[in-house]
Design a protein around this ligand. Structure first.
Ligand SMILES: [Cu+2]
Length: 627
């Protein structure tokens, strides 16, 4: 059987891509940033999937950092072993790769300046010190010019098993040249006492409660889905799930009951801007996708812990800096969950009860980026909805305080220890193809009608509808009080009642756009966070919301730059970019480890089906339909 064109590269294909890419001019000694599939153009893919066309040519794409410190993306045609593109990204810097992180931490720990600064604070055992290697941001510091730097901050971990975030060493900062693994300078601000907070949460360090009896999830007749490679079929749904080094979990070619809904969906960038003005913290703005890699930081999931029930896992294959294959076993989990009621009614005349259980299909992967752990979950429902949920786990970033110090932009979690305010803003790139490739987006929100001839008794209200014609009209924020939602429809098709078959994007949880000021560095560099919605015409090379390589960027790359042209977006192949956000005012309950926080959005059919598409769901038990 032929391989599905959207399957990620196999280990052999990764090795072949690396081997051929090395033959490019000046690439023999290059460091590999990532190796992934160069996906077929949508037209070629659809010709294959929907029109019996030929299988698209299989291509790999190697992102490299060459000996002349140039970032390039080399496309390799795998069949012929030829290079078909060698694209340069002038001025771009690569992300911090996992192997580089380890070397960087070691370099800071062995630096004489750092050793001396710590000794002045009474810390002489470097084995007790933890160094976080943090993406540098762009703050106008002289060392940012001409160097690919990281800002590195120390914590007093004590024993290796202890939680270093309990003991930040304020205010000490090392500037590391990531290319040379050399400390360029250290900076010190106000020295503060090292907190003596208890940060432990692991088994054996906290008392455990009793009374928890087992919950077991069983599917005695087996699961209701099948998986072929990366392609999943489940009760009318079909889609592919795979892992990409930068974006993490990618969902492809989503169809329900045979109709196309979305060609591609992924996390196109995320930013974590911190909101305290202290110079030890005011530069902290992490692009966790573009500066670290959500795929590169993905965990192996564990049955019975991360996922419970009858689980199917997909392994993933990425590349390390040498171009060798890295296997992430159990990178993606696939399973069904019971999800309360789907629909129910008790006929008050006859007493007849009809109820149906909801179940949902969950695709989940999880990335640990420094102190945070993000779970990306795509949930599919029997009523045709898709829900994206980001779960935020992990340990807050911490800050130490002197007794009596005024707190600005941060909340205490323990004596002398606080967690600065921050946001997590994730940009989801949604290449929606609702019932076809050409779509139009319209905003719908509630609007009261003034009392008058159209509304004589004052009860009436309407669904105010605004069609977006060009990109700048579609830069929008959420408005929960008006129930604002965005309908993506196919204007070339008509449903049973004369409307456009549509899916609507509905915000879940409150979403606050970026709070950093227009004059700030992060407002420019992570401009996607200014809006909750953006709509652009679909372009293959507009994949990452803040540019492909955000490390050390200046200006406002990505969405703000592309949308300056104010291109038409009506009845064409469009991409919606939705900003999922959490504004995190840290609570004492977030210490020493956070209970899960959630954010996300839903895609709901709205005039896509002519009736409730879940009528056909059978009762789960005979007692669900009795009078
Ligand atoms: Cu947070």
């Amino acid at each position: 059987m032929e391989s599905h064109p959207l399957n990620p590269l196999t280990p052999d294909e990764i090795r072949r891509t690396a081997q051929v890419a090395r033959t490019a001019d000046g690439a023999a000694d290059a460091v590999f940033i990532s190796i992934s599939i160069r996906e077929p153009a949508k037209a070629d893919y659809l010709a294959w999937s929907d029109a019996d066309g030929p299988l698209p040519v299989r291509r790999g794409r190697a992102a490299i950092y060459d000996a002349q410190r140039r970032v390039r993306e080399i496309t390799v045609e795998l069949g012929s072993g030829t290079i078909t593109e060698d694209r340069h990204f002038p001025g771009a810097m690569p992300p911090i790769t996992p192997d580089e992180y380890v070397a960087a931490e070691a370099a800071v720990k062995s630096d004489p300046l750092m050793i001396e600064a710590l000794a002045r604070r009474g810390i002489t055992d470097m084995g007790e010190v933890q160094i976080d290697v943090l993406a540098a941001s762009k703050m106008g510091h002289e060392l940012e010019d001409g160097h690919r730097i990281a800002r590195c901050v120390p914590y007093l971990r004590g024993a290796p098993s202890l939680n270093g975030y309990a003991r930040p060493i304020e205010s000490l900062l090392a500037f590391l040249d990531l290319d040379d693994k050399r400390v360029l300078a250290i900076e010190e601000y106000d020295v503060k006492p090292i907190p003596e907070a208890d940060g432990e949460y692991a088994v054996g360090t906290v008392p455990l409660a009793e009374g928890f009896r087992a919950i077991d999830i069983v599917q005695p007749d087996g699961v209701s889905f099948t998986v072929d490679g990366n392609r999943v079929s489940w009760l009318g749904w079909e889609f592919s799930a795979s892992l990409e080094a930068q974006e993490g979990l990618v969902i492809h070619d989503v169809r329900f009951k045979g109709r196309r809904i979305m060609h591609r969906a992924s996390c196109a960038e995320m930013i974590v801007p911190y909101g305290t003005p202290h110079p030890m913290h005011n530069w902290r703005t992490y692009f966790d996708a573009g500066e670290y890699g959500l795929g590169a930081c993905t965990n192996s999931l564990v049955l019975g812990c991360d996922c419970v029930g009858d689980i199917t896992y997909l392994d993933s294959y990425l590349a390390d800096g040498r171009g060798d294959v890295v296997e992430i076993a159990n990178a993606i989990c696939l399973h069904e969950e019971d999800h309360s009621l789907l629909w129910k009614h008790t006929d008050h005349g006859t007493g007849q009860v009809e109820s149906r259980r909801a179940r949902r299909f969950v695709v989940n992967s999880m990335a640990t980026v420094g102190n945070y752990d993000y779970s990306f979950r795509w949930n599919f429902g029997l009523d045709g909805h898709i829900e994206l949920e980001v779960q935020l786990h992990g340990i807050i970033s911490t800050m130490a305080h002197a007794p009596g110090e005024e707190l600005v932009g941060t909340n205490l979690v323990d004596a002398g220890l606080s967690g600065p305010h921050h946001q997590h803003l994730f940009s989801f790139r949604l290449d929606l193809d609702v019932d076809g490739t050409d779509n139009t987006v319209r905003e719908v929100e509630a609007e009261p009608i003034p009392i008058g001839p159209d509304n004589p008794v004052g009860n009436a209200f309407r669904a105010k509808t605004t069609v977006f014609h060009t990109e700048q009209e579609a830069m929008r924020t959420a408005n929960d009080t008006l129930g604002r939602a965005w309908y993506v429809g196919n204007p070339n098709k008509v449903n049973a009642v004369g409307g456009q078959p549509s899916y609507r994007i509905v915000p879940m949880h409150g979403v606050t756009p970026m709070l950093a000021q227009p004059g700030s560095s992060v407002y420019q560099r992570a401009g996607f966070g200014r809006n909750i919605l953006w709509v652009t015409p679909n372009r293959d090379d507009e994949r990452h919301a803040a540019g492909t390589y955000p490390y050390g960027t200046i200006g406002q790359p990505g969405l703000p730059q592309w949308t300056e042209a104010d291109r038409p977006i009506e009845n064409t192949d469009i991409v919606c970019w939705y900003t999922v956000g959490v504004t995190h005012f840290v609570r004492t309950e977030d210490w020493p480890i956070m209970p899960v926080a959630r954010a996300g959005f839903r895609l709901e059919p709205a005039g896509f089906f002519d009736r409730n598409p879940a009528l056909e769901v059978p009762p789960s038990d005979p007692s669900c339909c009795t009078s």
